[in-house]
Write a protein that binds this ligand. Structure first.
Ligand code: NAG
Ligand code: NAG
Ligand code: NAG
Ligand code: NAG
Ligand code: NAG
Ligand code: NAG
Ligand code: NAG
Ligand code: NAG
Length: 597
């Protein structure tokens, strides 16, 4: 055997055409690989706007032969108009499985960014096996036009796909009354004003307000109580970093129209700078992040409509929106919309300039719009201009899926979703730590908040399905963050940091996210198995994962990080992990194992 191997190696190295029949019987036939998808993406390698990423899917179409590291498979892109900067190396594909890899390329001199033409992805492996797949590619980054069709080609950047975990912050006037009902009647506390308008609302906000504040106390009167005396932006950003999150998305203006950032008086005076307490909270939060946690990416939640803005009344299309000016629900009297500056048209005069201010003056990384307005044609203009301009600044920024006529870079339809599906389109799931509120609801008992175990399993589940998790906290009206939220976030953060190699920068496994309590994530060099229940001896992994006998399987995270775990394949081809009691006791929430290729 040794001798034969030596001959095989020697012949392979000499690149000789080799057909010795007796040896083909000794060695299994080479794997059959095909390239099934090639996309010239609209993403560039961070920091290098002229280096474009191609996404390539390869499939092992054979039934027996695995592709392994020794096959030395490389993929690159060929074209007269571009050069491959970094080919991809594929170390493992199980028969019947596919993998997704990235190749980076650069336009040749004089090939304009955004022009189109042929390109061929080529894979080469083994002694002399190859396959290819040709497409009409776009070379480099396009300049977007102000139409949805044009902008819809834009994709979420890799830094955002890799970041996986963000903290959403709902803090505004609604944080003062902090009421969203109890238990199964709970609804979003940030919807206080809207809920208050209807005596039949299940949250009983109409009745709650009457009892606690009386019929003459208007929603806008909460401005005087939004004093922020315990608001400590450094503590906020430090907590987010301790939580293990990579980005944050504070609410900059919710549906009540009260903004936490500054703007010209011609746009609106309905904000915390022109009104009490006369502070630019968004600036304070972003400055604290820049100073104390500069690696955190900074996004901005922005409500496209305002319930009661008088200039919005003719845009009505949802029951709760466009019904302004506001009324006192106890008398039906029309009441002022504090800070309103008369404008001609809500879209170009309020919504559009506010989005531009967040983009250009506050330099948001993520424009997180809420409430898709089918009429918001200006979102295509806003997004195309912004992305084009930031391309010139070598900044990859992103917009979510709720901005109006554009589809957006990533889907956000999973809001408090009880189950998630794997999606080949990148998505972001969102929910609060509260069982059903983003804004702080003082009626929620501590025990009902998502705990560390819940945070970890939700994060792992989301990541295994190609999503990010945007987990929300609701600070109190005074700006302090409830203790229980801090405790649970920090506890989860300890786990997340210890297991970060299996979360951040990973990709979903295109062959399945995992059955039962099992979830998978991958990199080019390893496969991660996450189990959300305590494993033991003879733990059978319920999917045909890319494990080959002889692979090293190690523990990720916990006090026994790096420990080798006994692993074997059973008669049906499934991986069996022999997890010792010691290893099982050394971690909690979710147990993670790594197959190294
Ligand atoms: C390639 O693009 C198509 C069409 O947009 C999309 O459905 C598919 O998921 C993309 N594949 C990869 C690997 O990005
Ligand atoms: C990969 O190839 C196998 C065998 O031809 C096939 O059954 C499977 O559907 C393919 N997978 C993908 C993602 O194309
Ligand atoms: C490799 O394969 C190609 C086409 O399949 C063939 O033209 C070439 O001669 C082969 N090279 C060697 C060294 O065998
Ligand atoms: C923008 O419009 C021009 C002219 O119609 C078109 O050639 C170009 O492809 C468009 N760009 C994008 C990115 O859609
Ligand atoms: C709001 O402020 C007023 C005036 O300082 C005070 O009397 C009232 O108790 C405050 N209400 C709340 C809910 O904090
Ligand atoms: C609302 O009114 C403004 C000002 O007259 C107008 O420009 C806008 O098109 C109207 N919007 C709708 C949806 O009718
Ligand atoms: C206010 O108007 C609503 C709807 O027209 C009506 O049902 C309600 O009785 C009115 N309330 C008062 C106090 O007039
Ligand atoms: C965490 O929350 C889950 C779901 O509510 C619960 O089953 C579990 O017991 C909690 N864990 C701890 C340690 O409190």
């Amino acid at each position: 055997m040794l001798h034969h191997n030596f001959v095989w190696l020697f012949l392979a190295l000499a690149s000789t055409v080799w057909t010795h029949p007796s040896l083909t019987e000794v060695h299994t036939s080479p794997p059959k690989i095909s390239i099934t998808q090639v996309n010239s993406s609209t993403r560039w390698v961070e920091g290098k706007p002229d280096v474009q990423l191609f996404d390539i899917v390869l499939n092992n179409t054979g039934t027996e032969s695995w592709l392994t590291t020794s096959d030395n498979l490389h993929v690159w892109v060929e074209s007269e108009n571009l050069q491959t900067v970094q080919p991809a190396k594929v170390k493992r594909i199980r028969p019947g499985d596919s993998v997704i890899v990235q190749v980076s390329v650069q336009n040749n001199k004089d090939v304009p960014q955004g022009s189109t033409g042929p390109a061929t992805a080529v894979a080469h492996w083994g002694k002399n096996a190859s396959t290819s797949h040709s497409i009409t590619a776009r070379y480099g980054m396009p300049t977007y036009n102000a139409t949805a069709a044009s902008f819809d080609q834009h994709e979420s950047p890799d830094w955002f796909r890799d970041a996986k975990y963000g903290i959403f912050i709902h803090w505004g006037l609604y944080s003062v009354p902090a009421w969203g009902g109890i238990g199964k009647n709970e609804n979003y506390a940030e919807w206080y004003w809207s809920s208050q308008m209807s005596p039949d609302d299940p949250t009983r906000t109409y009745q709650y307000h009457l009892k606690h504040y009386g019929p003459d106390f208007l929603y806008d009167d909460f401005m005087a109580n939004f004093t922020a005396e315990e608001f400590k932006p450094k503590d906020w950003v430090d907590l987010i970093a301790d939580a293990g999150a990579k980005y944050m998305v504070p609410v900059t203006k919710h549906h009540d129209g009260f903004a936490l950032f500054d703007m010209p008086e011609t746009v609106s005076k309905r904000n915390s700078v022109k009104q009490s307490p006369h502070r630019d909270f968004l600036r304070e939060i972003f400055d604290a992040a820049k100073t104390y946690q500069p690696s955190l990416r900074r996004g901005t939640y922005f409500s496209m409509p305002e319930w009661f803005n008088p200039a919005f009344s003719n845009y009505t299309w949802l029951d709760a929106f466009g019904v302004g000016p506001p009324k006192n629900p106890y008398t039906n009297e029309t009441v002022p919309y504090t800070g309103y500056v008369p404008v001609e048209d809500f879209l170009p005069d309020i919504q559009f300039p506010q989005m531009q201010i967040l983009a250009y003056e506050y330099e948001t990384d993520i424009m997180w719009c809420d409430i898709t307005m089918p009429t918001s044609r200006l979102s295509a203009k806003f997004a195309s201009e912004w992305i084009n301009r930031e391309y010139a600044n070598n900044r990859q920024v992103t917009v979510n899926s709720r901005c109006g006529v554009i589809v957006g870079d990533f889907d956000t339809s999973a809001e408090y979703a009880s189950t998630l599906e794997l999606s080949t389109r990148h998505f972001e799931a969102t929910r609060g730590m509260d069982p059903h509120s983003f804004g702080y609801n003082a009626a929620t008992p501590d025990s009902a908040y998502l705990n560390a175990s819940g945070i970890v399993t939700t994060l792992v589940d989301t990541v295994s399905k190609n999503g990010n998790l945007l987990l929300d906290i609701g600070p109190k009206g005074d700006g302090s963050i409830p203790e229980i939220m801090q405790t649970n976030l920090r506890e989860a953060g300890v786990w997340i940091k210890a297991h970060e190699e299996s979360i951040f920068g990973t990709k979903y496994w295109p062959n399945g996210f995992g059955q039962g309590n099992f979830r998978y994530t991958t990199t080019d060099d390893a496969f991660y198995i996450h189990i959300s229940s305590k494993p033991g001896s003879g733990t059978v992994v319920p999917d045909l994962v890319p494990y080959l006998d002889g692979d090293r399987v190690t523990v990720v995270g916990g006090s026994l990080h790096g420990t080798v775990v006994d692993a074997k394949t059973n008669d049906d081809g499934y991986l069996v992990l022999d997890v010792s009691r010691k290893v099982a006791m050394a971690d909690k929430y979710t147990w993670t194992f790594k197959i190294e290729y």
